[in-house]
Design a binder for this molecule. Structure first.
Ligand code: MN
Length: 338
């Protein structure tokens, strides 16, 4: 997915508890959760698709190394994102319904399908496209997530991996699929560079599950459909219920029919990041250099694109980078007090 916002951080709403309790010091279950409301962002393209973006938020920019969270659908929309670059992150493509055609500058050509993990490590630089198949007319429903790479790995060689066979288990009317990291003793084969977890929770009608979680991680449950309740609190599609480190377990239930959410967590990410467009860096210079290289390479012939490469099948069409802001981009911490 391509981020069309140049400064995504300034329009988010970040709620505290809705029940009048003070700073979570209460026995009420769920009162210590923080609700992160998403904002709607158009992805662009001729039949523009709206996504709900909970990360980065104004106050809470990350959950572990998870630094970007878009939820979309279920809707009869098309995804049309031509080749664009990334650096310093991994993209996690997760579908609940539908199909998306992924192609990247490593030559990967894959149809993203529900229940399977598609993980692209951008490292020092990659380009990719994400398009609905030409004949697709059905529903699209899923999430696009980014994981920030730590400083020691942020310039690693780019890579793409897909995992059709992920650990899957049933608990309390929930089918839990471990996308990345480890949960309930089951480990995903996906490559991770920091301690983190990502799992899909698919609840059948009446389902309720309590999941023990690592107390050194922070977590968030991202609702992908109606009816998700976390700790007794409703979470709208695209929103997240955030639980700070120290939380021992999370209870997710459905308010009615079947519903889907993602559990995301990880060790708090201590490095300050500069996120701009589709780049994750550490300084204004990192970003300005990646932007300049992308702009130069997208106009160059096929033999001189050493950093981002070529995505086959688009007749050379690529997304231009937006203008850099006049001010200097500054690193931001993962959390900012209101
Ligand atoms: Mn992308």
């Amino acid at each position: 997915m391509s981020n069309t916002e140049s400064d995504p951080a300034e329009r988010v709403i970040c709620d505290g508890p809705h029940d009048g309790s003070t700073d979570g010091v209460t026995d009420r279950p769920g009162a210590d959760l923080e609700l992160l409301e998403p904002r709607e962002v158009p992805l662009g393209g001729p039949r523009s698709m709206l996504v709900r973006r909970a990360l980065p938020g104004k106050h809470r920019r990350m959950v572990g190394a998870w630094c970007f969270a878009d939820a979309y659908g279920p809707d009869r929309v098309r995804m049309e994102v031509p080749p664009h670059p990334h650096i310093g992150l991994q993209t996690v493509s997760w579908l609940v319904e539908g199909e998306v055609h992924h192609r990247d500058s490593l030559g990967s050509d894959a149809m993203v399908r529900p229940g399977q993990l598609y993980l692209m490590t951008a490292g020092r630089g990659i380009a990719h496209s994400e398009m609905s198949p030409a004949d697709a007319t059905g529903t699209l429903h899923g999430a696009q997530l980014w994981v920030a790479l730590p400083g020691r790995d942020r310039s690693t060689e780019p890579a793409f991996e897909s995992h059709a066979h992920l650990p899957r288990m049933e608990r309390g009317g929930a089918v839990i699929t471990v996308m990345i990291g480890e949960l309930l003793g089951k480990r995903s084969p996906a490559t991770a560079y920091t301690p983190l977890v990502g799992a899909e929770l698919a609840l059948s009608p009446g389902g309720m599950v309590t999941i023990p979680v690592r107390t050194d991680f922070e977590h968030a449950v991202l609702a992908l459909a109606d009816g998700v309740e976390v700790g007794g609190r409703p979470v709208q599609p695209g929103a997240m219920a955030y639980a700070a480190p120290g939380t021992r377990e999370l209870t997710i239930r459905t308010a009615g029919g079947s519903t889907t959410s993602l559990l995301l967590g990880g060790a708090p990410f201590e490095e300050e990041l500069v996120m701009w467009w589709n780049f994750v860096g550490r300084s204004h210079e990192d970003i300005a250099q990646a932007r300049a290289t992308w702009q130069q390479e997208r106009g160059a012939d096929r033999t001189s694109r050493p950093r981002f490469g070529i995505v086959q099948g688009h007749d050379g069409r690529t997304l231009p980078a937006p203008e850099l802001p006049r001010l200097t981009l500054r690193p931001r911490p993962r959390h900012r007090d209101a």
